[in-house]
Ligand binder design. Structure first.
Ligand code: FAD
Length: 452
């Protein structure tokens, strides 16, 4: 007998319920990944993520070959291709991870319909992408939690599924056709500093971070120059690491840092359960506030290019352009600056982030943008982050700014955060713009618009 393991956001062999179930129910398995033309048509197949994805697919192929198998790669409409592949090799069952976005929910419905019309079955597996399945934990009177703290209380008390055994061998039918797996070198337009992907890379990164930095994560996570966070988000996005396994391993390590890390993984689950219940919140306000956003192309371009004249905002935007990744504190600040100080629609910023982020994710990106814009689940929707206060707290020596803004690298002391205070002659020598807006005027405009 043959089954198909359809990989989506779970590009790993370890602790993968989809692969495990496909192996357990049949003698041979087709480990299938489809380069989905639906995702390209929707504009989500961007160079930074595609480059990382190619690493992940090559890594998955290597892991499968080590076990006697190989990856089967095809291009096309994912539901149609999965169905055709199952028909070609006579597979009775297709296994896939449950997804929460509107796109993945529609994909699942189509896949089920096509397979059932052909006399085949679809099995959708939980706790593959997240630690707790979205929809499992609900408050008494609603279909999802709208506030994180009560969600986290329930989440922490809930049993986690155990880590699954790693498959030793994978038998793939000999005659299944596969396209060659492209390499990241085939992808054009990739940011220069995009990290390497793949399961072994993800595991090595987690092991190194756990030894070196997890212990101090609780105190240092917000230190912009310190780089104390795990940088595992692209691996979690593509599923080269299992969230369930990370929670188990962090809990085993123990301590405040591990607890703080587990809490962040619960944030990820929280957003998944919100979007599963409200898939339209990917582009529509979760809580409409009646905003009449401004749209000033010059300001938006300055924000995108990291030329707003506020060094901390600009350093963060340059990090995004260079690495396809940005520190969480910097994401909070740049998003607050765009949506509140410039009072620009969060969708403009979310789109730009999705164009560049290697971890760019319809769940975490859109709902975090909504959180910052005050149209989402923040219980203090009108707070405005001030880049100068944030600079004092999270980049007190200006190291982060000097690292990402070469034009300010030679500015000494606290003036690096306020270049407009430098003597006129010195300032004129810097190729750096004056502030785009007055911070308090921007914040007042936003608060007035929100009726505060
Ligand atoms: P760590 O601090 O090491 O945290 C560990 C893991 O927890 C992360 O890898 C991530 O998977 C999860 N996590 C941490 N914070 C959050 C959070 N607030 N929401 C959801 N999960 C979280 N994260 C994405 O994965 N994809 C996105 O597209 C994305 N867009 C964002 C946009 C904005 C405006 C903001 C404010 C945040 C966004 N985040 C997004 C959340 C967060 O910034 C990143 O997950 C984090 O910076 C990744 O770095 P790390 O792996 O070092 O995180």
């Amino acid at each position: 007998s043959v089954s198909v393991a359809l990989f989506t956001s779970d590009l790993r062999v370890r602790d993968n319920p989809v692969l495990r179930a496909a192996l357990d129910c049949a003698y041979e398995v087709v480990p299938l990944f489809v380069l989905d033309t639906g995702i390209s048509a929707a504009g989500f197949d961007v160079p930074n993520r595609r480059a990382f994805l190619m690493d992940c697919l090559n890594g998955l192929d290597r892991e499968l070959r080590r076990r006697g198998g190989r990856l089967v790669l095809r291009t096309g409409d994912v539901a149609a291709v999965a169905c055709e592949t199952a028909a070609e090799c006579g597979a009775r069952q297709v296994h896939v991870a449950g997804g929460v976005s509107g796109y993945s929910q529609r994909r699942e419905v189509r896949l089920r319909r096509l397979l059932e019309a052909d006399g085949r079955e679809l099995y959708v597996h939980d706790a593959v992408v997240t630690a707790q399945p979205p929809g499992r934990l609900t408050p008494q009177s609603r279909d999802h939690f709208a506030v994180f703290t009560p969600y986290f209380r329930r989440w922490s008390a809930e049993r986690l599924r155990p880590v699954l055994g790693t498959p030793r061998s994978v038998r793939v039918p000999g005659n299944v056709r596969s396209e060659p797996v492209p390499s990241r070198a085939d992808v054009k337009g990739v940011s220069p500093g995009v990290a390497a992907g793949g399961e072994s890379e993800g595991r090595a990164r987690f092991d190194a971070w756990r030894k070196k930095s997890m212990g101090e994560y609780a105190e240092r996570a917000d230190d912009l120059a310190g780089d104390a966070t795990s940088r595992l988000s692209p691996h979690l996005h593509f599923g080269t690491l299992s969230a369930v396994e990370l929670v188990h391993r962090a809990r085993k390590t123990g301590g405040e840092g591990a607890e703080a890390f587990v809490r962040q993984l619960a944030w990820r689950d929280f957003h998944h359960q919100v979007l599963a219940a409200r898939p339209r919140a990917s582009w529509e306000d979760y809580r409409p506030r009646g905003d009449s956003w401004r749209h000033d192309e010059r300001e938006i371009t300055a924000w995108r290019d990291g030329r707003t004249g506020y060094p901390l905002v600009d350093a963060a935007m340059r990090q995004l352009l260079h690495e396809g990744w940005m520190h969480n504190r910097a994401r909070l600040l740049t998003a607050s600056f765009l949506t509140k100080t410039l009072y620009t629609d969060w969708r403009v910023g979310a789109r730009h982030f999705l164009d560049l982020l290697v971890d760019g994710d319809i769940v975490n990106n859109q709902l975090n943008w909504q959180w910052v814009a005050g149209t989402g689940n923040d219980t203090r929707p009108n707070r405005v982050l001030n880049p100068l206060t944030q600079a004092r707290r999270f980049d007190p020596r200006g190291e982060y700014v000097r690292r990402w803004l070469p034009e300010l690298a030679a500015v000494e002391g606290p003036a690096v955060h306020r270049p407009w205070t430098l003597p006129e002659r010195e300032r004129a020598r810097l190729d750096y713009p004056p502030p785009l807006v007055d911070l308090s005027q921007g914040a007042d405009r936003f608060l007035r618009a929100r009726g505060r």
